[in-house]
Each structure stands twice: as C-alpha cells, then as structure tokens.
Design a protein around this ligand. Structure first.
Ligand code: ATP
Ligand code: MG
Length: 358
C-alpha cells in the first residue's frame, strides 16, 4: 500500500506560547519517497511529525495522506506507523507478540497475523528471537523489533522520529543502511526526523532543512550540499561545517584579506563567502592561512587556521608537519556567496553546475 503525503501551510503554536513551533510548512511527498526532516534541536521536527501522526493537533493548514484530509482523524484512522527513538516495546511481551499487537488490536485474523509477523521476522533477521522478551535483546535487535511492528501493519506511510539515536555509532551506521534497504524494498512513503546531518544525507531522497519552525530548503541531498540556499543550510549540511567569512566584492572580484578569489557579477560591497574544507587545497601559492591546529582523522586531516581574524578549515591528505603560514588554493567554481544581511544564497559567481533533477 502506498500513498503520497501532502502538507499545506501546516503550522503549530502550542498553548501558552507566542512563537509558533512550526510556521507554515509546505511539503509534497511522492508515493514511496523517503523524506528526511533535519535541523537543530527545537526547530520543530518532532512537532511536525507528530502532527502528521495525529498525536498533536494542527493549528493551521492541511495534512493529506493519499487524498484524505486527516487533520481531524485519530492516529489509528490515519493508516501510518511510527517508529520512535525509545522503541516503546512492551517489556512483558515476546518479540512475536510485540510485533503482532497492533494487528490483533485491529482484529486481523490469526493466519494473517502469523504470516505478516513471519515475513517481517525473516526480513529483519529476527526469527531466532521471536520468543524472547525485549530485555533479552541488544539495542539494535530492539530497534529491529520496533521496525517489524511498523512493517506488519503495511501502512500507507512510515514516520520515524530519531529511531537510531539511542544506538552506538557503529550500529547506527548499519541500521541506517538496513532501514534504507528495507524502505526501498517495501516502497513505503517515509518521513524521517533526525538532527544528524550525515544520517539525513545518506538516507534521504530529499531533505527538508528546518530552522525555527520554517523550511529553509528542500532538495536532494547533493543538491542541498552543492547549492545551500542560505548560510544556515551551508553551516548545517556537510562536515566539517562550511567556513563562512566576511568578504567583499571589488571590481568584479570576491576579495578576502586582500586576495582576489573569484570573478563575480555582483555590485561592490560586503558579502558572506562560504568555503568547504574539502574544496580547498594546501599549495605553494594562494591565500595565506596561519595554522592553528590539525585534526588527524586517519585517511585525511583537517587543518584549522586563520585568514586575517577569521577561521577557515581545510582538508589535507599530506603528512608533512604544518606550522606557521600555509597557502590555500581556492577553485573559483567552489566559491559560495551569500547576502551578508539576509544570509540567502547569491548566484553571481562561477558556480558548480546544478544537479540534474531525477
Ligand atoms: N508540548 C509542548 N508544549 C509547548 N511547547 C512545546 C511542546 N513540545 C515542543 N514544544 C516546543 O516547540 C518547539 C519545537 O519542539 P520539537 O520537539 O518539535 O523540536 P525538535 O526539532 O524535535 O527538537 P529535538 O531535535 O531536540 O528533538 C520547541 O521550542 C519546544 O520547546
Ligand atoms: Mg524531536
């Protein structure tokens, strides 16, 4: 079963609050699409998800699942399944009963329940654990049971609220891939919340970057990475974070610390310059940077330094000891420009080519 999901001008202001937690969000989610809502703590991700689930009332706007307006429907009537961070498994029930519970409640027949639980257990490699209680499972196994419980219901959509954040780093990476494979196989429309930009990048068909309850940008992960719509997105997506520096446009050139970096078609004046560490290279000539400290990551290192009184990070793969002043090469096509007042992206330089739409 599949469905498109449509959010139109959806907003939420909690009682007693003057600031909206979610401020007029528009998102169209296609059948089978995997959408990730990403943004810092408190930006409204869970609130938005909970409104779709029916766990929170909507202050304004419309939510449609398939063609049904669901604003006033109970969670149980919405044909969605939610997977939470804390799994919310029943401790006194076996894995089998945990997975079957929702179906039993719905009055499904015994044979349907058995069939669906068996199928989910096979997919999730949970067959050896069906008779165990949750406390006798590892964190990753519990998370899989929570997934299983969602899958057996064959819902129109999955909603995930930081389902992996209780797991250790290694398990998070493997579960992330499991979820993505499973979702592709089932083709179930999914809305996934995380504050982890890497998780967002690797999971999403499209990202929705939220800031203060409003959408900053919607796009495919690489599109957002390559052409962030604002300094907020630029600083949030990608690690290490894009360096943002106060620069100037003079005589058709982006000037930083007295060095011309890239030609631009833009009026003279102040501008915010964005440079990704991985787009910069330490070289013999170019922008001078005083080395501050070096983070060794194994395959590469991140060199942090100062250009004038502003910080800059550069990815380097060399192993020579770095000290004093080094020179940084900047490819003009890798320069990001933002309005220094609004923080919005400016398309004035030789920019990387847009990612073709699918
Ligand atoms: N029940 C509530 N009553 C009043 N305000 C709330 C309630 N739940 C959340 N808020 C507020 O709404 C805003 C958005 O909260 P929300 O939980 O949606 O953020 P989030 O993006 O999920 O954050 P996190 O990454 O920390 O989980 C916050 O300012 C929060 O304090
Ligand atoms: Mg949350």
């Amino acid at each position: 079963m599949m469905a498109h999901l449509s959010l139109t001008n959806v907003g939420k202001t909690y009682g007693g609050s003057t600031q909206p937690a979610v401020a007029g969000v528009d998102i169209e989610i296609a059948d089978g699409e995997f959408i990730v809502l990403v943004g810092p703590s408190g930006c409204g991700k869970s609130t938005l998800l909970r409104m779709v689930a029916g766990l929170e009332t909507v202050t304004r706007g419309d939510i449609r699942i398939g063609d049904t307006l669901v604003n006033r429907l109970d969670p149980a009537e919405r044909d969605i399944a939610m997977v939470f961070q804390n799994y919310a498994l029943y401790p006194h029930m076996t894995v089998r009963d945990n997975m079957a519970y929702g179906l039993k409640n719905r009055g499904e027949s015994k044979s349907v329940i058995e069939e669906r639980v068996a199928e989910a257990a096979r997919m999730l490699e949970l067959r050896p654990y069906l008779d165990r209680k949750p406390r006798a499972l590892s964190g990753g196994q519990r998370q899989r049971v929570a997934m299983g419980r969602a899958i057996v219901r064959q819902p129109a959509a999955f909603l995930f609220d930081e389902p992996l954040s209780n797991l250790d780093a290694k398990l998070r990476v493997s579960m992330r891939m499991e979820i993505r494979k499973l979702q592709k196989r089932l083709g179930t429309t999914s809305l996934y919340v995380t504050h982890d930009q890497l998780e967002a990048m690797t999971l999403a068909d499209r990202l929705v970057v939220l800031n203060g309850g409003a959408v900053e940008q919607i796009g495919a992960p690489l599109e957002v990475y390559r052409r962030p719509a604002s300094t907020f997105v630029a600083a949030f997506i990608g690690a290490p974070a894009m360096s943002l520096l106060d620069a100037r446009v003079d005589s058709g050139q982006v000037m930083l610390d007295g060095h011309a970096l890239a030609p631009v078609a833009h009026a003279p004046g102040p501008i915010t310059l964005g440079l990704r560490a991985e787009d910069l290279r330490i070289t013999d000539a170019g922008l001078p940077m005083r080395v501050d400290h070096v983070e060794e990551l194994g395959a590469q290192r991140i060199v942090h330094g100062m250009v004038g009184d502003q910080s800059l990070a550069v990815v380097d793969t060399g192993d020579a000891t770095l000290a004093g002043t080094v020179r940084i090469a900047v490819a003009p096509s890798k320069v990001h420009l933002f309005d220094s007042t609004t923080g919005r992206r400016i398309e004035a330089a030789a920019q990387p080519a847009p990612v073709p739409a699918e």
